[in-house]
Write a protein that binds this ligand. Structure first.
Ligand code: G6P
Length: 602
């Protein structure tokens, strides 16, 4: 949420470096953006409302600077306008801030009494004033940052410039991610890897409470008033991974990467069949129950996981939205495994939920995509999905990698408990090999997805219905549609529609109905007939051979495969329909309005 970049180095093309970095971070927020940089020992600020291209147009790249900070904002406190855009500057300090300062109203009042006035509605400007106030009392910046750590409540990652220190970039982090990139005669700060990936492969992760004094050729990190040692890590992937590679949108590229992502995520575990699965997975035998906690699509992946864990592995599984779990009464049992699912590994609510589970004494397992992220570091056990860098705000390949990992866990537990016959094991392993080809087959049906998108483009409401695992998929399909095409949609358990919502079905109301679960297919078909007879335009997604063709208008066929893998196929038409509709409507597919990829605020 929001993006930070900072640069100090020997080259004078600082403005270009900052804007480059911000463009790569735009998926984290794009309400406004800005830069602060040194010009002849003075700090200059340029900021603009809206996309980074607006800021770009205001910048004179002929200006030379070798020290600056930049920010792209996802508004929390105060509307998305120029005044609230970062950087903020008061006295000698310019800052960029990610996170939320919870005690900012009290601090603001106190600072106003001391004579400070504020131009913006943000919590961030208050930090700036506080820093200036502290600095007037003690002319040592590091002492002032240490004091900030004592006073500020909430979350913050800060990039700081001080006009008394034209060679130094300062940074501090608490409950909001920040890394330092180590280059040749140059150093960077960034809230997320893509900002600096084409500049350096080496980086240091700041821990909570760490603050840094950064020069072009020197880095010092402090915590609690003491200098500390740090590890320099290697990213292990390069900037090509964040290139569209000829695709019109990152989202489309990422949808098309799913067959490969499935291979990469599952191959290591299935190398020698169920033996390698057993050897490489953690021991689940001590858990009587599983609780999956996550947000957004990761939570939807958890809902698919619940169906798999309960049906295949016979383990009672509950799924909770992290932002609810945190404030609900805690009913975690001692033999309950808590699985947190997160692409970014930085989602604030998921992280806090994980901390609660740990504090309660439960074992925690993270299904995480970003290596070395905060949640990955905090969880007791980590299983990494191999989706690679996901850039589009709306997740696709990371979601299916999460589903794939949950299917492996279910298979492993089922196998351990002898719930899978020898014959079925052979079939499952064969199906795992076939799955990427089936996915590719579904990806080639774009014409069908376009036709469906054209059917639903003129309607304001779309319904997704299904039962069991199909309902879990319906929820993801509906979310994708809302996220990127701004079309209102609702996912409903098919049998529940008649208890109220069916009153909204009118002539031609689009209903996307999923029946891949043979146990309940005939029941769902009855529900589809109920909406069809009330005029709905039915798009029927199925793997069944049911011959009656009177209850739908369009049919999308999913190849038959073992039930454990079917969701990985069903989700493809859902993603593609959302994509094609967003395209027809001319939406900003990779960066939908109001959304951010990594939600690091609560
Ligand atoms: C944001 C993203 C979603 C994502 C959710 C959880 O809302 O836009 O696509 O599913 O966060 O993110 P995580 O990184 O924890 O999987």
């Amino acid at each position: 949420m929001c993006g930070i970049v900072g640069y100090v180095g020997k080259d004078n093309d600082g403005l270009k470096k900052l804007i480059d970095g911000l463009e790569k971070l735009e998926y984290r927020g794009y309400d406004s953006s800005g830069v602060a940089y040194f010009q002849n020992e003075n700090i200059k600020i340029i900021k603009e409302k809206g996309k980074i291209s607006n800021l770009y147009n205001e910048i004179n790249f002929a200006e030379k600077t070798n020290l600056g900070i930049g920010h792209t904002r996802w508004a929390t406190h105060g509307k998305a306008d120029k005044e609230n855009a970062h950087p903020h500057m008061i006295g000698k300090f310019a800052i960029v801030h990610n996170g939320i300062v919870e005690n900012y109203t009290t601090l603001k009042k106190e600072l106003m009494k001391k004579g400070y006035s504020f131009k913006s509605e943000t919590d961030s400007e208050v930090i700036c004033a506080l820093l200036d106030y502290l600095y007037k009392k003690d002319n040592n910046i590091l002492n002032c940052i240490e004091k900030l750590n004592e006073i500020l409540k909430g979350s913050y990652a800060l990039g700081i410039l001080c006009s008394d220190e034209p060679n130094y970039l300062f940074a501090v982090k608490k409950n909001s991610p920040l890394i330092i990139g180590i280059g040749d005669d140059s150093n960077f700060i960034a809230s997320d890897v893509p900002a600096i990936l084409d500049k350096t492969k080496k980086y240091v992760v700041l821990e909570d409470g760490d603050y840094a004094k950064i020069k072009m050729d020197k880095l010092e990190i402090y915590n609690n008033g003491k200098i500390k040692k740090y590890d320099v890590k290697d990213f292990g992937f390069d900037s090509k991974m964040i290139d569209k590679q000829g695709y019109e949108h990152f989202m489309l590229k990422e949808i098309y990467e799913q067959p490969e992502v499935f291979r990469k995520t599952t191959n290591p575990y299935l190398e020698t069949g169920f033996d390698s699965l057993f050897n490489k997975m953690p021991d689940f035998s001590k858990y009587r129950k599983i609780r999956i906690i996550a947000c957004g699509s990761a939570m939807h992946a958890g809902l698919v996981g619940k169906q798999m864990l309960e049906r295949f592995a016979n383990v009672k599984t509950e799924v909770e939205t992290a932002s609810e779990f945190r404030y609900n009464k805690l009913f975690l049992e001692p033999d309950e495994l808590v699985i947190v699912v997160s692409q970014s590994g930085e989602t604030a609510d998921t992280l806090e939920a994980l901390k609660i589970a740990k504090k309660n004494g439960n074992d925690t397992l993270g299904i995480i995509n970003e290596k070395g992220s905060t949640i990955a570091r905090e969880a007791k056990i980590v299983l990494y999905t191999e989706a690679g860098k996901e850039v589009a705000v709306a997740t696709t390949k990371a979601y299916s990698a999460q589903v794939a990992m949950l299917s492996l866990i279910a298979l492993n537990i089922a196998n351990f408990n002898n719930f899978i016959s020898k014959k079925e094991k052979v079939e499952i392993l064969e199906d795992a090999k076939k799955l990427p080809n089936y996915m590719e087959g579904l990806l080639q049906k774009n014409e069908v997805y376009k036709e469906v998108a054209n059917v639903i483009k003129d309607y304001n409401d779309v319904f997704f219905i299904g039962r069991g695992i199909d309902y879990a998929l319906a929820m993801e399909g509906s979310l994708k549609l809302k996220e990127i095409s701004y079309t209102h949609s609702e996912a409903y358990p098919a049998g529940e529609l008649k208890h109220g919502t069916i009153s909204l079905i009118e002539d031609k109301t689009p209903v996307i109905a999923i029946t891949t679960d043979k146990n309940v297919a005939s029941k769902t078909i009855s529900n589809i007939k109920e909406v069809k007879s009330r005029g709905a335009e039915v798009i029927y997604i199925t793997n069944s051979d049911y011959e009656d063709d009177t209850f739908y208008d369009k049919k999308i066929i999913i190849p038959k495969i073992n039930d454990i893998f079917t969701p990985l196929l069903t989700v493809i038409p859902l993603q593609m329909i959302a994509y094609e509709l967003a395209k027809i409507k001319g939406c900003n597919i990779d960066k939908p309005k109001n959304l951010a990829k990594s939600v690091t605020v609560e």
